[in-house]
Design a protein around this ligand. Structure first.
Ligand code: MN
Length: 260
């Protein structure tokens, strides 16, 4: 294989539109919903923006802002160091993880009908086996993206769907996450706030997606959008988080390359 042709073909396909770039990122605004934990725990800050200047006395020719937020605000990446199960792994923070892993294939598991019918829908092993029966084995090194169309609720209270028992949003069962880790996946991505279901605090173990993925050195992507525009197989995801020193994650732009 001529590797020079590989990049030339990529550039040509992008220029001609045979490859499309799809944005899987929600716009990060000060209103974008953040995870709410029980009050005894520290909380995730939303985005804050402070204008420094806008072509005015503070900067006559330039516009810019200071901003701050949690590492897990908006569409964001979870690194293994985020969870106690991944705390002692090598290269487990966003500044040290292998950049070769930040470009890779994705498959989509469509749970949109199930999630519309039941906000507490859980993706289980039977769904994954049915997906494999229809589409072939889940590839080692793939991002597994759980499509729920939950991204479409980002402007409404249904996005977090909170009541006195916490968040009611879809996610995987512990067994499903173990199954995916056993397949050697690169990471798991969702349209909700968190790779885990809203009620995952009461699972065994609690927050199984975080527990098993990060314990295995795997990654998470959350608050994704436009998963309904991806093929079941064949997309390539580009998702480099900010290079924050010892960062547990970061907001980021997530792009998908898709054959048109
Ligand atoms: Mn997170």
């Amino acid at each position: 294989m001529n590797t020079q042709d590989l990049l030339g073909n990529l550039v040509g396909a992008l220029a001609s539109g045979h490859l499309k770039v799809i944005d899987l990122t929600q716009t990060l605004s000060t209103e974008f919903p953040t995870l709410e934990l029980p009050p005894q725990f520290g909380q995730c800050e939303p985005l804050r923006v402070e204008k420094v200047s806008e072509y005015d006395d503070r900067g006559p020719m330039w516009y810019w802002n200071n901003f701050s937020c949690n590492e897990h605000t908006g569409t964001h990446f979870d690194a293994p160091i985020h969870w106690v199960t991944g705390k002692d792994l090598a290269n487990n923070s966003v500044d040290t993880l292998p950049v070769q892993e930040l470009v890779g294939p994705a498959i989509v598991i469509d749970c949109s009908a199930e999630a519309a019918a039941n906000p507490d829908f859980l993706l289980d092993v039977a769904h994954l086996e049915a997906w494999e029966a229809a589409n072939g084995r889940i590839d080692e090194g793939a991002w597994v993206l759980m499509r729920t169309d939950w991204s479409k609720h980002a402007q409404s209270s249904r996005y977090k769907n909170m009541d006195e028992t916490g968040q009611h949003t879809p996610g995987p069962t512990p067994e499903a996450v173990k199954f995916l880790v056993g397949r050697g996946i690169r990471g798991f991505g969702t349209e909700t706030i968190g790779t885990d279901a809203g009620q995952a605090h009461s699972m065994d173990p609690p927050y199984p997606a975080h527990h098993f993925l990060h314990g295995a050195g795997r990654y998470g992507l959350q608050c994704l959008t436009n998963l309904d525009r991806l093929p079941t197989r064949g997309a390539v995801i580009i998702c480099p988080p900010l290079k924050l020193e010892r960062g547990s994650g970061s907001p980021l732009r997530v792009l998908a390359l898709v054959a048109a």
